[in-house]
Ligand binder design. Structure first.
Ligand code: BEZ
Ligand code: FE
Length: 291
Protein backbone atom coordinates (compact mmCIF):
# COMPACT_ATOMS: atom_id res chain seq x y z
CA UNK A 1 0.00 0.00 0.00
CA UNK A 2 1.39 3.35 -0.90
CA UNK A 3 -1.21 5.81 0.30
CA UNK A 4 -1.33 7.76 3.55
CA UNK A 5 2.24 6.76 4.35
CA UNK A 6 3.84 7.80 7.61
CA UNK A 7 7.39 8.14 8.84
CA UNK A 8 7.05 4.57 10.09
CA UNK A 9 5.41 2.93 7.06
CA UNK A 10 7.09 4.61 4.08
CA UNK A 11 10.28 2.51 4.17
CA UNK A 12 8.53 -0.84 3.70
CA UNK A 13 6.28 0.70 1.03
CA UNK A 14 9.27 1.79 -1.06
CA UNK A 15 11.06 -1.51 -0.50
CA UNK A 16 8.01 -3.43 -1.72
CA UNK A 17 8.28 -1.70 -5.09
CA UNK A 18 11.56 -3.55 -5.69
CA UNK A 19 10.08 -6.98 -4.98
CA UNK A 20 9.36 -7.64 -8.64
CA UNK A 21 12.86 -6.70 -9.74
CA UNK A 22 14.21 -9.76 -11.63
CA UNK A 23 17.83 -8.92 -10.84
CA UNK A 24 18.32 -10.33 -7.35
CA UNK A 25 21.49 -8.38 -6.61
CA UNK A 26 19.88 -5.10 -7.68
CA UNK A 27 16.88 -5.91 -5.48
CA UNK A 28 19.11 -6.55 -2.45
CA UNK A 29 21.18 -3.41 -2.99
CA UNK A 30 18.16 -1.13 -3.43
CA UNK A 31 16.15 -2.58 -0.55
CA UNK A 32 19.13 -2.04 1.77
CA UNK A 33 19.91 1.37 0.31
CA UNK A 34 16.35 2.53 1.01
CA UNK A 35 16.53 1.05 4.52
CA UNK A 36 19.75 2.87 5.43
CA UNK A 37 18.84 6.11 3.64
CA UNK A 38 15.53 6.31 5.46
CA UNK A 39 17.06 5.31 8.80
CA UNK A 40 19.68 8.01 8.30
CA UNK A 41 17.04 10.69 7.63
CA UNK A 42 15.02 9.58 10.67
CA UNK A 43 18.06 9.37 12.95
CA UNK A 44 19.45 12.82 12.16
CA UNK A 45 15.93 14.30 11.81
CA UNK A 46 16.97 15.67 8.40
CA UNK A 47 15.46 19.13 7.79
CA UNK A 48 13.96 20.17 4.43
CA UNK A 49 16.63 22.86 4.20
CA UNK A 50 19.37 20.29 4.67
CA UNK A 51 17.79 18.09 1.99
CA UNK A 52 17.81 21.03 -0.47
CA UNK A 53 21.43 21.82 0.44
CA UNK A 54 22.41 18.21 -0.22
CA UNK A 55 20.64 18.11 -3.59
CA UNK A 56 22.27 21.39 -4.62
CA UNK A 57 25.64 20.01 -3.46
CA UNK A 58 25.29 16.81 -5.50
CA UNK A 59 24.22 18.84 -8.54
CA UNK A 60 27.38 20.92 -8.23
CA UNK A 61 29.51 17.78 -7.80
CA UNK A 62 28.06 16.52 -11.08
CA UNK A 63 28.57 19.80 -12.91
CA UNK A 64 32.29 20.02 -12.14
CA UNK A 65 32.99 16.46 -13.37
CA UNK A 66 34.73 15.98 -16.71
CA UNK A 67 37.38 13.83 -18.42
CA UNK A 68 40.12 15.00 -16.02
CA UNK A 69 37.96 15.84 -12.99
CA UNK A 70 36.11 13.17 -11.00
CA UNK A 71 34.46 14.99 -8.11
CA UNK A 72 32.08 12.09 -7.35
CA UNK A 73 35.08 9.80 -6.86
CA UNK A 74 36.68 12.46 -4.66
CA UNK A 75 33.48 12.67 -2.59
CA UNK A 76 33.59 8.89 -2.14
CA UNK A 77 37.29 9.19 -1.24
CA UNK A 78 36.94 11.89 1.43
CA UNK A 79 34.02 9.99 3.01
CA UNK A 80 36.16 6.83 3.22
CA UNK A 81 33.79 4.88 0.95
CA UNK A 82 36.42 4.17 -1.73
CA UNK A 83 38.80 2.57 0.77
CA UNK A 84 35.94 0.69 2.47
CA UNK A 85 34.86 -0.82 -0.87
CA UNK A 86 38.49 -1.71 -1.63
CA UNK A 87 38.85 -3.40 1.79
CA UNK A 88 35.62 -5.37 1.28
CA UNK A 89 36.85 -6.65 -2.08
CA UNK A 90 40.60 -7.02 -1.54
CA UNK A 91 40.81 -7.04 2.25
CA UNK A 92 42.86 -10.16 2.79
CA UNK A 93 45.24 -12.53 1.09
CA UNK A 94 48.93 -12.69 0.42
CA UNK A 95 49.05 -10.19 -2.43
CA UNK A 96 50.44 -6.68 -2.05
CA UNK A 97 47.79 -4.49 -0.40
CA UNK A 98 45.69 -2.48 -2.78
CA UNK A 99 44.44 1.06 -2.25
CA UNK A 100 42.72 3.92 -4.08
CA UNK A 101 43.05 4.61 -7.78
CA UNK A 102 42.55 8.34 -7.33
CA UNK A 103 41.50 10.81 -10.02
CA UNK A 104 44.88 11.36 -11.73
CA UNK A 105 45.19 8.14 -13.70
CA UNK A 106 44.69 8.91 -17.40
CA UNK A 107 44.19 6.50 -20.28
CA UNK A 108 46.44 8.33 -22.72
CA UNK A 109 49.72 7.57 -21.00
CA UNK A 110 52.86 6.90 -23.05
CA UNK A 111 54.47 3.47 -23.23
CA UNK A 112 58.07 3.48 -21.94
CA UNK A 113 60.97 1.05 -22.11
CA UNK A 114 62.51 -0.18 -18.88
CA UNK A 115 65.11 2.26 -17.61
CA UNK A 116 63.55 5.20 -19.48
CA UNK A 117 63.29 8.69 -18.03
CA UNK A 118 59.52 9.27 -17.66
CA UNK A 119 59.78 12.70 -15.98
CA UNK A 120 58.86 14.49 -19.20
CA UNK A 121 61.57 17.02 -18.42
CA UNK A 122 59.82 18.29 -15.27
CA UNK A 123 62.55 19.53 -12.89
CA UNK A 124 63.16 17.81 -9.56
CA UNK A 125 65.49 15.51 -7.65
CA UNK A 126 66.05 12.36 -9.77
CA UNK A 127 64.34 9.21 -8.56
CA UNK A 128 65.24 5.72 -9.80
CA UNK A 129 62.53 3.13 -9.29
CA UNK A 130 63.18 -0.60 -9.58
CA UNK A 131 60.27 -2.99 -9.17
CA UNK A 132 59.78 -6.74 -9.32
CA UNK A 133 56.42 -8.40 -9.89
CA UNK A 134 55.93 -11.90 -8.48
CA UNK A 135 53.12 -14.40 -7.90
CA UNK A 136 52.04 -15.75 -4.49
CA UNK A 137 54.90 -18.32 -4.63
CA UNK A 138 57.47 -15.63 -5.35
CA UNK A 139 57.92 -16.58 -9.02
CA UNK A 140 58.51 -13.66 -11.40
CA UNK A 141 55.58 -12.48 -13.51
CA UNK A 142 56.93 -11.64 -16.97
CA UNK A 143 55.09 -9.40 -19.43
CA UNK A 144 52.90 -7.68 -16.82
CA UNK A 145 51.61 -4.22 -17.74
CA UNK A 146 52.73 -1.66 -15.17
CA UNK A 147 51.08 1.73 -15.05
CA UNK A 148 52.83 4.24 -12.85
CA UNK A 149 52.08 7.91 -12.17
CA UNK A 150 53.02 10.48 -9.55
CA UNK A 151 53.16 14.19 -8.76
CA UNK A 152 56.05 16.57 -9.27
CA UNK A 153 58.22 17.95 -6.47
CA UNK A 154 55.55 20.55 -5.67
CA UNK A 155 52.72 18.06 -5.51
CA UNK A 156 51.15 18.67 -8.93
CA UNK A 157 50.32 16.01 -11.54
CA UNK A 158 50.87 16.71 -15.24
CA UNK A 159 47.10 17.02 -15.81
CA UNK A 160 47.06 19.91 -13.33
CA UNK A 161 49.62 21.87 -15.36
CA UNK A 162 48.46 21.33 -18.92
CA UNK A 163 49.39 24.89 -19.96
CA UNK A 164 53.02 24.70 -18.78
CA UNK A 165 53.46 21.18 -20.20
CA UNK A 166 51.55 21.98 -23.44
CA UNK A 167 49.24 19.04 -22.72
CA UNK A 168 52.17 16.57 -22.85
CA UNK A 169 52.07 13.67 -20.36
CA UNK A 170 54.82 13.63 -17.73
CA UNK A 171 55.67 11.55 -14.65
CA UNK A 172 53.51 8.71 -15.93
CA UNK A 173 54.08 5.72 -18.18
CA UNK A 174 53.01 2.22 -19.09
CA UNK A 175 55.89 -0.27 -18.74
CA UNK A 176 56.20 -4.06 -19.02
CA UNK A 177 58.02 -6.47 -16.77
CA UNK A 178 60.93 -8.41 -18.30
CA UNK A 179 61.59 -12.17 -18.02
CA UNK A 180 62.68 -11.74 -14.40
CA UNK A 181 59.48 -9.83 -13.58
CA UNK A 182 61.45 -6.62 -13.27
CA UNK A 183 60.67 -3.08 -14.39
CA UNK A 184 62.52 0.16 -13.84
CA UNK A 185 62.39 3.83 -14.66
CA UNK A 186 63.90 7.18 -13.87
CA UNK A 187 61.70 10.10 -12.84
CA UNK A 188 61.67 12.76 -10.14
CA UNK A 189 60.88 12.62 -6.42
CA UNK A 190 57.18 13.42 -5.84
CA UNK A 191 55.74 15.33 -2.87
CA UNK A 192 52.68 15.34 -0.61
CA UNK A 193 49.82 17.42 -1.94
CA UNK A 194 46.26 18.54 -1.20
CA UNK A 195 43.35 16.81 -2.93
CA UNK A 196 41.57 19.29 -5.22
CA UNK A 197 39.76 21.76 -2.95
CA UNK A 198 38.40 24.21 -5.53
CA UNK A 199 35.17 22.20 -5.94
CA UNK A 200 32.26 21.17 -3.71
CA UNK A 201 34.37 18.57 -1.84
CA UNK A 202 36.72 21.37 -0.77
CA UNK A 203 33.72 23.05 0.88
CA UNK A 204 33.16 19.99 3.06
CA UNK A 205 36.82 19.77 4.05
CA UNK A 206 36.96 23.48 4.95
CA UNK A 207 33.64 23.44 6.81
CA UNK A 208 34.79 20.44 8.85
CA UNK A 209 38.24 21.91 9.49
CA UNK A 210 39.79 18.85 7.81
CA UNK A 211 43.21 18.68 6.21
CA UNK A 212 43.12 18.14 2.44
CA UNK A 213 46.62 16.63 2.38
CA UNK A 214 47.71 13.27 1.00
CA UNK A 215 51.12 11.85 1.99
CA UNK A 216 53.75 11.58 -0.75
CA UNK A 217 53.22 8.51 -2.92
CA UNK A 218 53.79 6.81 -6.26
CA UNK A 219 50.84 5.10 -7.96
CA UNK A 220 50.91 1.67 -9.63
CA UNK A 221 48.33 -0.35 -11.52
CA UNK A 222 49.30 -3.87 -12.61
CA UNK A 223 47.59 -6.05 -15.20
CA UNK A 224 48.87 -9.53 -16.02
CA UNK A 225 47.23 -12.52 -17.63
CA UNK A 226 46.04 -15.00 -15.01
CA UNK A 227 46.21 -12.46 -12.15
CA UNK A 228 43.82 -10.03 -10.50
CA UNK A 229 44.62 -6.43 -11.40
CA UNK A 230 46.34 -4.60 -8.54
CA UNK A 231 45.86 -0.88 -7.85
CA UNK A 232 48.29 0.34 -5.23
CA UNK A 233 50.69 3.09 -4.09
CA UNK A 234 53.98 3.32 -2.24
CA UNK A 235 54.45 5.87 0.54
CA UNK A 236 57.44 7.45 2.30
CA UNK A 237 57.80 6.47 5.97
CA UNK A 238 58.74 9.90 7.35
CA UNK A 239 55.95 11.78 5.61
CA UNK A 240 54.18 14.29 7.88
CA UNK A 241 50.78 13.28 6.47
CA UNK A 242 51.20 9.49 6.50
CA UNK A 243 48.90 9.03 9.48
CA UNK A 244 46.31 11.59 8.39
CA UNK A 245 45.69 10.95 4.73
CA UNK A 246 42.64 13.02 3.64
CA UNK A 247 41.32 10.02 1.68
CA UNK A 248 42.29 7.27 4.20
CA UNK A 249 44.35 5.34 1.62
CA UNK A 250 47.76 5.12 3.37
CA UNK A 251 48.90 1.73 4.70
CA UNK A 252 51.98 0.75 6.68
CA UNK A 253 52.46 -2.31 4.46
CA UNK A 254 53.00 0.09 1.54
CA UNK A 255 55.71 2.24 3.14
CA UNK A 256 58.91 2.05 1.08
CA UNK A 257 62.45 3.23 1.71
CA UNK A 258 63.21 6.31 -0.41
CA UNK A 259 67.00 5.99 -0.15
CA UNK A 260 68.93 9.26 -0.39
CA UNK A 261 72.20 9.27 -2.42
CA UNK A 262 74.71 12.04 -2.78
CA UNK A 263 76.25 13.60 -5.85
CA UNK A 264 79.11 11.45 -7.16
CA UNK A 265 77.35 8.14 -6.52
CA UNK A 266 76.34 5.85 -9.35
CA UNK A 267 72.64 5.45 -10.20
CA UNK A 268 71.07 1.99 -10.73
CA UNK A 269 71.22 2.56 -14.51
CA UNK A 270 74.99 3.12 -14.30
CA UNK A 271 74.86 6.93 -14.61
CA UNK A 272 77.56 8.73 -12.60
CA UNK A 273 75.31 11.28 -10.92
CA UNK A 274 76.40 14.88 -10.52
CA UNK A 275 73.51 15.76 -8.17
CA UNK A 276 71.78 14.10 -5.19
CA UNK A 277 69.16 11.49 -6.08
CA UNK A 278 66.90 8.85 -4.51
CA UNK A 279 66.27 5.18 -5.21
CA UNK A 280 63.29 3.01 -4.35
CA UNK A 281 63.03 -0.76 -4.77
CA UNK A 282 59.90 -2.80 -4.20
CA UNK A 283 58.51 -6.28 -4.87
CA UNK A 284 54.81 -6.43 -5.76
CA UNK A 285 52.90 -9.69 -5.31
CA UNK A 286 49.90 -10.37 -7.56
CA UNK A 287 46.99 -12.63 -6.59
CA UNK A 288 45.97 -15.37 -9.02
CA UNK A 289 42.77 -14.45 -10.90
CA UNK A 290 39.53 -15.74 -9.39
CA UNK A 291 37.98 -18.52 -11.45
C1 BEZ B 1 45.64 10.47 -5.59
O1 BEZ B 1 46.40 9.86 -4.89
O2 BEZ B 1 46.02 10.76 -6.72
C2 BEZ B 1 44.32 10.89 -5.04
C3 BEZ B 1 43.50 9.97 -4.44
C4 BEZ B 1 42.27 10.37 -3.95
C5 BEZ B 1 41.87 11.69 -4.05
C6 BEZ B 1 42.71 12.62 -4.67
C7 BEZ B 1 43.95 12.22 -5.16
FE1 FE C 1 48.16 10.60 -6.08
Amino acid sequence: MSIDLTEETITAAVQETFEGCPDERMRTVFVMLVQHLHDFAREVRLTSEEWFTAVDFLERVGRICGPTRQEFVLLSDILGLSVLVDQINHGNGSATDSTLLGPFYVEGRPRAENGADISGGVPGMPLFFTGTVVDAEGRPVAGADVDTWHSDSEGFYDVQQQDQLHGEPAMRALLSTDDEGRFSYRSIVPRYYPVPTDGPCGEILRAAGRSPMRPEHIHFWFHAKGFDPLVTMLFRGDDPYLERDAVFGAKRSLVADFVQHESGETAPDGTAMTEPFQTVEWTFTLAAAQE
